[in-house]
Design a protein around this ligand. Structure first.
Ligand SMILES: Nc1ncnc2c1ncn2[C@@H]1O[C@H](COP(=O)(O)OP(=O)(O)OP(=O)(O)O)[C@@H](O)[C@H]1O
Ligand SMILES: [Mg+2]
Length: 260
Protein backbone atom coordinates (compact mmCIF):
# COMPACT_ATOMS: atom_id res chain seq x y z
CA UNK A 1 0.00 0.00 0.00
CA UNK A 2 1.33 3.41 -0.88
CA UNK A 3 1.36 5.53 2.30
CA UNK A 4 1.44 8.74 0.24
CA UNK A 5 -1.79 8.03 -1.57
CA UNK A 6 -4.06 11.05 -1.51
CA UNK A 7 -7.28 9.14 -2.06
CA UNK A 8 -9.82 9.78 0.66
CA UNK A 9 -10.29 6.83 2.94
CA UNK A 10 -12.86 5.88 5.45
CA UNK A 11 -11.94 7.04 8.93
CA UNK A 12 -14.82 5.05 10.37
CA UNK A 13 -17.07 2.33 9.05
CA UNK A 14 -19.83 0.44 10.76
CA UNK A 15 -21.24 -2.69 9.17
CA UNK A 16 -24.74 -3.85 10.02
CA UNK A 17 -24.56 -2.86 13.70
CA UNK A 18 -27.40 -4.05 15.90
CA UNK A 19 -27.94 -3.16 19.52
CA UNK A 20 -30.49 -4.29 22.04
CA UNK A 21 -31.45 -3.08 25.49
CA UNK A 22 -32.69 -6.32 26.99
CA UNK A 23 -35.19 -7.73 24.53
CA UNK A 24 -35.73 -4.40 22.85
CA UNK A 25 -33.81 -3.71 19.66
CA UNK A 26 -32.81 -0.05 19.31
CA UNK A 27 -30.30 -0.16 16.43
CA UNK A 28 -31.08 -2.03 13.21
CA UNK A 29 -28.30 -2.87 10.73
CA UNK A 30 -26.51 0.46 10.94
CA UNK A 31 -23.94 0.72 8.15
CA UNK A 32 -22.05 4.00 8.01
CA UNK A 33 -19.04 5.23 6.08
CA UNK A 34 -17.38 8.35 7.42
CA UNK A 35 -14.76 9.67 5.07
CA UNK A 36 -11.53 11.14 6.39
CA UNK A 37 -11.62 14.94 6.66
CA UNK A 38 -15.41 15.26 6.52
CA UNK A 39 -17.95 16.49 9.03
CA UNK A 40 -20.82 14.03 9.20
CA UNK A 41 -23.99 14.77 11.15
CA UNK A 42 -26.39 12.25 12.63
CA UNK A 43 -29.90 13.64 12.96
CA UNK A 44 -33.25 12.17 13.91
CA UNK A 45 -36.09 12.50 16.40
CA UNK A 46 -35.73 11.99 20.15
CA UNK A 47 -35.22 8.32 20.96
CA UNK A 48 -34.09 7.45 17.41
CA UNK A 49 -30.94 5.80 18.76
CA UNK A 50 -28.33 8.49 18.02
CA UNK A 51 -26.62 8.46 21.42
CA UNK A 52 -26.83 4.66 21.58
CA UNK A 53 -25.04 4.54 18.23
CA UNK A 54 -22.30 6.82 19.64
CA UNK A 55 -22.01 4.66 22.75
CA UNK A 56 -21.67 1.57 20.57
CA UNK A 57 -18.98 3.14 18.37
CA UNK A 58 -16.99 4.49 21.32
CA UNK A 59 -16.95 1.14 23.12
CA UNK A 60 -19.38 1.83 25.95
CA UNK A 61 -21.75 -0.82 24.57
CA UNK A 62 -20.80 -3.90 22.63
CA UNK A 63 -23.01 -4.40 19.59
CA UNK A 64 -24.95 -7.66 19.55
CA UNK A 65 -23.66 -8.17 16.03
CA UNK A 66 -22.07 -6.18 13.23
CA UNK A 67 -18.63 -4.64 13.16
CA UNK A 68 -16.82 -1.33 13.58
CA UNK A 69 -13.72 -0.36 11.61
CA UNK A 70 -11.64 2.60 12.74
CA UNK A 71 -8.81 3.69 10.43
CA UNK A 72 -9.23 0.40 8.61
CA UNK A 73 -8.84 -1.75 11.72
CA UNK A 74 -11.61 -3.89 13.17
CA UNK A 75 -12.16 -2.41 16.63
CA UNK A 76 -15.46 -4.14 17.46
CA UNK A 77 -15.56 -4.76 21.20
CA UNK A 78 -12.59 -2.50 21.99
CA UNK A 79 -12.83 -0.65 25.30
CA UNK A 80 -13.27 3.16 25.32
CA UNK A 81 -9.81 3.95 26.72
CA UNK A 82 -8.12 1.86 24.03
CA UNK A 83 -10.11 3.67 21.33
CA UNK A 84 -9.14 7.03 22.82
CA UNK A 85 -5.47 6.02 22.65
CA UNK A 86 -5.98 5.03 19.01
CA UNK A 87 -7.20 8.57 18.23
CA UNK A 88 -10.95 8.40 18.70
CA UNK A 89 -11.89 11.58 20.57
CA UNK A 90 -14.97 10.80 22.56
CA UNK A 91 -17.90 13.12 22.59
CA UNK A 92 -17.38 15.41 25.49
CA UNK A 93 -19.31 14.67 28.58
CA UNK A 94 -20.69 17.03 31.12
CA UNK A 95 -18.19 17.46 33.94
CA UNK A 96 -15.14 16.59 31.90
CA UNK A 97 -13.52 19.67 33.40
CA UNK A 98 -12.18 20.15 36.92
CA UNK A 99 -14.38 22.81 38.43
CA UNK A 100 -11.82 23.94 41.03
CA UNK A 101 -9.00 24.40 38.53
CA UNK A 102 -8.79 27.49 36.38
CA UNK A 103 -9.60 27.53 32.68
CA UNK A 104 -5.85 27.75 32.02
CA UNK A 105 -5.03 24.81 34.31
CA UNK A 106 -7.71 22.62 32.73
CA UNK A 107 -6.44 23.31 29.25
CA UNK A 108 -2.80 22.91 30.30
CA UNK A 109 -3.56 19.38 31.48
CA UNK A 110 -4.84 18.49 28.04
CA UNK A 111 -1.80 20.08 26.38
CA UNK A 112 0.47 18.14 28.76
CA UNK A 113 -1.42 14.92 28.09
CA UNK A 114 -0.85 15.31 24.36
CA UNK A 115 2.83 15.91 24.96
CA UNK A 116 2.86 12.96 27.34
CA UNK A 117 4.47 15.02 30.09
CA UNK A 118 3.30 14.19 33.54
CA UNK A 119 2.77 17.27 35.62
CA UNK A 120 5.49 17.36 38.20
CA UNK A 121 5.74 20.06 40.81
CA UNK A 122 9.50 19.56 41.06
CA UNK A 123 10.02 20.08 37.36
CA UNK A 124 12.01 23.16 36.54
CA UNK A 125 9.31 25.67 35.76
CA UNK A 126 11.36 27.14 32.91
CA UNK A 127 10.85 23.90 31.03
CA UNK A 128 7.15 24.47 31.33
CA UNK A 129 7.34 27.72 29.35
CA UNK A 130 6.57 26.16 25.94
CA UNK A 131 3.58 24.39 27.49
CA UNK A 132 2.40 27.63 29.09
CA UNK A 133 2.79 29.47 25.78
CA UNK A 134 0.92 26.81 23.85
CA UNK A 135 -1.88 26.81 26.42
CA UNK A 136 -2.17 30.60 26.25
CA UNK A 137 -2.23 30.53 22.45
CA UNK A 138 -5.02 27.97 22.57
CA UNK A 139 -6.90 30.03 25.17
CA UNK A 140 -6.77 33.08 22.91
CA UNK A 141 -7.88 31.02 19.92
CA UNK A 142 -10.94 29.69 21.70
CA UNK A 143 -11.85 33.12 23.03
CA UNK A 144 -11.31 32.34 26.70
CA UNK A 145 -8.24 34.47 27.39
CA UNK A 146 -10.24 36.83 29.62
CA UNK A 147 -11.36 33.83 31.70
CA UNK A 148 -7.81 32.44 31.99
CA UNK A 149 -7.66 32.52 35.77
CA UNK A 150 -11.30 31.85 36.51
CA UNK A 151 -12.18 28.46 38.03
CA UNK A 152 -13.82 26.38 35.30
CA UNK A 153 -16.80 25.88 37.58
CA UNK A 154 -17.57 29.61 37.37
CA UNK A 155 -17.64 29.81 33.56
CA UNK A 156 -20.97 30.52 31.88
CA UNK A 157 -22.69 27.45 30.41
CA UNK A 158 -21.73 28.32 26.84
CA UNK A 159 -18.10 29.06 27.70
CA UNK A 160 -17.87 25.89 29.76
CA UNK A 161 -18.99 23.81 26.81
CA UNK A 162 -16.46 25.61 24.59
CA UNK A 163 -13.76 24.67 27.10
CA UNK A 164 -14.93 21.05 27.01
CA UNK A 165 -14.72 20.97 23.23
CA UNK A 166 -11.23 22.45 23.42
CA UNK A 167 -10.18 19.79 25.94
CA UNK A 168 -11.46 17.07 23.62
CA UNK A 169 -9.55 18.61 20.71
CA UNK A 170 -6.33 19.31 22.63
CA UNK A 171 -5.39 15.63 22.52
CA UNK A 172 -5.45 15.91 18.71
CA UNK A 173 -7.82 13.03 17.92
CA UNK A 174 -8.21 11.75 14.34
CA UNK A 175 -11.95 11.40 14.78
CA UNK A 176 -13.97 13.55 17.15
CA UNK A 177 -17.52 12.64 18.11
CA UNK A 178 -19.77 15.36 19.51
CA UNK A 179 -23.17 14.63 21.03
CA UNK A 180 -25.32 17.77 20.84
CA UNK A 181 -22.57 20.34 21.43
CA UNK A 182 -25.02 23.25 21.16
CA UNK A 183 -27.74 21.78 23.39
CA UNK A 184 -29.28 24.34 25.74
CA UNK A 185 -27.39 27.29 24.26
CA UNK A 186 -28.67 30.72 23.35
CA UNK A 187 -28.45 31.82 19.71
CA UNK A 188 -25.27 33.80 20.40
CA UNK A 189 -23.64 30.93 22.28
CA UNK A 190 -24.66 28.53 19.50
CA UNK A 191 -23.11 30.83 16.92
CA UNK A 192 -19.85 30.96 18.91
CA UNK A 193 -19.87 27.18 19.31
CA UNK A 194 -20.31 26.61 15.57
CA UNK A 195 -17.44 28.99 14.88
CA UNK A 196 -15.26 27.14 17.38
CA UNK A 197 -16.15 23.70 15.99
CA UNK A 198 -15.34 24.96 12.50
CA UNK A 199 -12.00 26.30 13.66
CA UNK A 200 -10.86 23.47 15.91
CA UNK A 201 -11.95 20.68 13.58
CA UNK A 202 -10.43 22.10 10.41
CA UNK A 203 -9.17 19.12 8.35
CA UNK A 204 -10.42 16.69 11.00
CA UNK A 205 -13.03 14.01 10.78
CA UNK A 206 -16.09 14.83 12.84
CA UNK A 207 -19.20 12.88 13.71
CA UNK A 208 -21.77 15.15 15.28
CA UNK A 209 -25.25 14.57 16.69
CA UNK A 210 -27.30 17.74 16.66
CA UNK A 211 -30.94 18.78 16.82
CA UNK A 212 -30.39 22.39 15.77
CA UNK A 213 -30.86 22.27 12.00
CA UNK A 214 -29.08 25.60 11.48
CA UNK A 215 -26.01 24.06 13.10
CA UNK A 216 -26.36 20.83 11.10
CA UNK A 217 -26.82 22.47 7.72
CA UNK A 218 -24.05 24.99 8.27
CA UNK A 219 -21.46 22.45 9.48
CA UNK A 220 -22.11 19.09 7.87
CA UNK A 221 -20.66 17.78 4.62
CA UNK A 222 -22.86 14.72 4.89
CA UNK A 223 -25.88 13.82 6.95
CA UNK A 224 -27.36 10.52 8.09
CA UNK A 225 -30.95 10.45 9.31
CA UNK A 226 -31.79 7.92 11.96
CA UNK A 227 -35.42 6.98 12.58
CA UNK A 228 -36.64 4.30 14.99
CA UNK A 229 -33.11 2.86 15.08
CA UNK A 230 -32.78 2.57 11.32
CA UNK A 231 -30.97 4.66 8.74
CA UNK A 232 -33.59 6.49 6.72
CA UNK A 233 -31.15 8.28 4.43
CA UNK A 234 -27.55 9.38 4.03
CA UNK A 235 -26.48 12.16 1.71
CA UNK A 236 -25.33 15.73 1.23
CA UNK A 237 -27.30 18.46 3.05
CA UNK A 238 -29.07 19.27 -0.24
CA UNK A 239 -30.02 15.63 -0.81
CA UNK A 240 -31.33 15.30 2.73
CA UNK A 241 -33.36 18.51 2.51
CA UNK A 242 -34.95 17.28 -0.71
CA UNK A 243 -35.59 13.70 0.48
CA UNK A 244 -39.34 13.07 0.78
CA UNK A 245 -38.99 10.24 3.34
CA UNK A 246 -36.89 12.51 5.55
CA UNK A 247 -39.37 15.37 5.21
CA UNK A 248 -42.24 13.07 6.14
CA UNK A 249 -40.50 11.46 9.06
CA UNK A 250 -38.51 14.29 10.54
CA UNK A 251 -37.77 17.56 8.81
CA UNK A 252 -41.45 18.24 8.25
CA UNK A 253 -41.81 18.80 11.98
CA UNK A 254 -38.51 20.62 12.36
CA UNK A 255 -38.01 24.19 11.38
CA UNK A 256 -35.08 24.49 9.03
CA UNK A 257 -33.73 27.99 9.28
CA UNK A 258 -31.84 30.06 6.79
CA UNK A 259 -28.67 28.00 7.11
CA UNK A 260 -26.36 28.17 4.14
N1 LIG B 1 -29.43 2.58 29.00
C1 LIG B 1 -30.61 2.36 28.41
N2 LIG B 1 -31.38 1.31 28.79
C2 LIG B 1 -32.56 1.05 28.17
N3 LIG B 1 -33.06 1.77 27.15
C3 LIG B 1 -32.33 2.82 26.72
C4 LIG B 1 -31.07 3.16 27.33
N4 LIG B 1 -30.57 4.25 26.69
C5 LIG B 1 -31.47 4.58 25.75
N5 LIG B 1 -32.52 3.74 25.76
C6 LIG B 1 -33.67 3.76 24.83
O1 LIG B 1 -33.16 3.51 23.52
C7 LIG B 1 -33.80 4.35 22.56
C8 LIG B 1 -32.74 5.21 21.87
O2 LIG B 1 -32.25 6.15 22.83
P1 LIG B 1 -31.09 7.18 22.49
O3 LIG B 1 -30.72 7.87 23.75
O4 LIG B 1 -30.01 6.50 21.75
O5 LIG B 1 -31.87 8.18 21.51
P2 LIG B 1 -31.38 9.58 20.89
O6 LIG B 1 -31.62 9.49 19.43
O7 LIG B 1 -30.01 9.90 21.35
O8 LIG B 1 -32.45 10.59 21.51
P3 LIG B 1 -32.28 12.16 21.96
O9 LIG B 1 -32.40 12.96 20.71
O10 LIG B 1 -33.46 12.37 22.86
O11 LIG B 1 -30.97 12.32 22.66
C9 LIG B 1 -34.83 5.17 23.34
O12 LIG B 1 -36.07 4.54 23.21
C10 LIG B 1 -34.34 5.12 24.78
O13 LIG B 1 -35.42 5.20 25.66
MG1 LIG C 1 -29.18 11.45 22.50
Amino acid sequence: MNPDRKQPRNMLMTKRLNHYFGERQVLFNISLEIQEGTRHAIIGPNGAGKTTLFNTITGKYRPKNGSILFKGKDVTGFKPDKLVRMGLGRSFQINSTFAGLTTFQNLRMAVLARKNIRFNFFRNLDKMQPVTDETDTLLARIGLAAERNLPAGLLSYGKHRCLELSLAMATDPDLVMLDEPAAGMSRIETHQMVKLIRELTHNKTVLIIEHDMDVVFSLADRITVLHHGEILATGTPEEIKANQDVKDAYLGETKVGNAA
